[in-house]
Design a protein around this ligand. Structure first.
Ligand code: NI
Length: 128
């Protein structure tokens, strides 16, 4: 593979928060980056695990029964069927690995929800 991309650089270039962008694909999964700041919305993905890799900053993953603190370099998988709410007290850059069928906010529809078309943007064609 002669093409590559730099997830951190792409994440740093994003202007909108909580709006993941697909940067590559791996079989049935999308690799995405996102810029996070503030609190998101409580949601769950009934049938898909969701991988978070922290590129920069820190993130608090809230669950109904616990909180998981993540720092740059940490990897965390949100188990399928588990209510969660990511909170970034300050700007946080993340890389996500998700099944193609994963909805941004699961079954919870809100103004924060981004469709896969919105997430695909222009990065995939550029980086593959
Ligand atoms: Ni989620």
């Amino acid at each position: 593979m002669d093409k590559h991309c730099n997830p951190l650089q792409i994440a740093e270039s994003l202007s909108e928060t909580w709006s993941p962008k697909v940067i590559s694909q791996l079989d049935n999964h999308y690799i995405k980056v996102a810029k996070l700041q503030g609190s998101f919305v409580w949601h769950e993905h009934a049938d898909q695990d969701e991988l978070f890799f922290i590129l920069k900053g820190s993130l608090l993953m809230e669950y109904e029964d616990k909180k998981v603190e993540l720092q740059a370099g940490d990897l965390h998988v949100v188990p399928k069927g588990t209510m969660h709410n990511p909170i970034a007290a300050e700007e946080c850059l993340v890389m996500l690995i998700e099944d193609r069928g994963t909805a941004h906010t699961g079954d919870t529809v809100s103004s924060a929800s981004r469709s896969i078309e919105e997430q695909l943007g222009s990065f995939v064609s550029k980086n593959r």
